[in-house]
Design a protein around this ligand. Structure first.
Ligand code: S5P
Length: 286
């Protein structure tokens, strides 16, 4: 049992003892897989449902950012292929740092190939299978991609979770409602899938996705920013609190944090909005 004090102005942060299962409600009891439970435990400990989208171009800048915002985030999302000076040796050190901050490491590779090739792509230069706890995948090539990715982790004796892209945040994306329904129908039944990517810019779409998904998988949402509306190059943003209230379990936030004047303060704010949403959601019995 842990006791929490207040954090955000005008909001009572449940100043009484509680456990992760209290705030996560049915999501906790319905998700017993290792990746989902790890995430929910870390998010509970840190009172943050924030995954930092660490889209910066050098290992040095990534290291500085993680050191600054580490206490306010629960997961770290990377795009290894946009880092100019990526090298295996320094990357191992960077992943160690992420673990010191108790972060789940998420490579947003958006795999989309056939199962066998996806398994091979988990190895290769970046050796994603050795350090990522979760990865994203499109289901466009069919269900065997999930087995391929799980085999990738199996090849190095590790376990991980796949997030299937069921919706996207970008304007004009081709993930139609019927495609979303097919992705959810398959992913819900698959042990290797621990959740779905939903469109964080639109609470109605998140709520629809939550209805389809039920309780037994998580929904992670990019397209989240305190400054809502259109972002750069077709990106769209919704508010962090609204996303959680609509059914999101994790807010993927990039520029809202790494482009802020004070990234640490920004991360703290996103964490507070997300936690407020989770606590209120649990009080409403969702
Ligand atoms: O539909 C999506 C799916 C993803 S994973 N829309 C997204 O924006 N993303 C990722 O979330 C994208 O690759 C980027 O890393 C992050 C959003 O960053 P931001 O700077 O717009 O918050």
């Amino acid at each position: 049992m842990i006791t929490f004090g207040g954090m955000i102005e005008g909001f009572d942060f449940m100043p009484h003892p509680m456990e992760a299962s209290d705030v996560w409600s049915d999501r906790w009891t319905s998700n017993t897989g290792i990746t989902a439970r790890n995430y929910m435990s870390v998010a509970f400990e840190k009172q943050s449902l924030v995954c930092l989208a660490a889209d910066l171009p050098t290992i040095e800048s990534l290291t500085a950012l993680v050191n600054e915002v580490g206490p306010y985030i629960a997961a770290l999302k990377t795009h290894v292929d946009l880092i100019d000076d990526w090298n295996a040796e320094e990357w191992v050190g960077f992943c160690r740092l992420a673990k010191q901050h108790n972060l789940l490491i998420f490579e947003d590779r958006k795999f989309a190939d056939i199962g066998k090739i996806s398994q091979q792509q988990m190895a290769g230069l970046y050796d994603i299978r050795s350090w990522a706890d979760l990865v994203t995948a499109h289901l466009i090539s069919g269900p065997d991609i999930v087995a391929g990715l799980q085999n990738g982790w199996g090849d190095v004796g590790r376990q991980g979770g796949v997030l299937l892209l069921a919706q996207m945040s970008s304007r004009g994306n081709r993930l139609t409602p019927s495609y979303t329904a097919e992705v959810v129908a398959l992913g819900r039944e698959h042990e290797g899938v621990f959740g779905f990517i939903g469109n964080g810019s639109n609470p109605n779409e998140i709520a629809e996705l939550r209805t389809m998904v039920g309780q037994s998988k998580l929904i992670w949402t990019p397209g989240v920013n305190i400054a809502t509306g259109d972002g750069a190059q077709g990106q769209r943003y919704g508010h962090p609190y609204d996303a959680v209230m609509a059914g999101s379990d994790c807010l993927i936030v990039g520029s809202g944090i790494h482009q802020a004047d004070e990234p640490r303060e920004a991360a703290k704010q996103y964490a507070q909005h997300s936690w407020k949403g989770l606590v209120e959601r649990s009080r409403e019995g969702d």
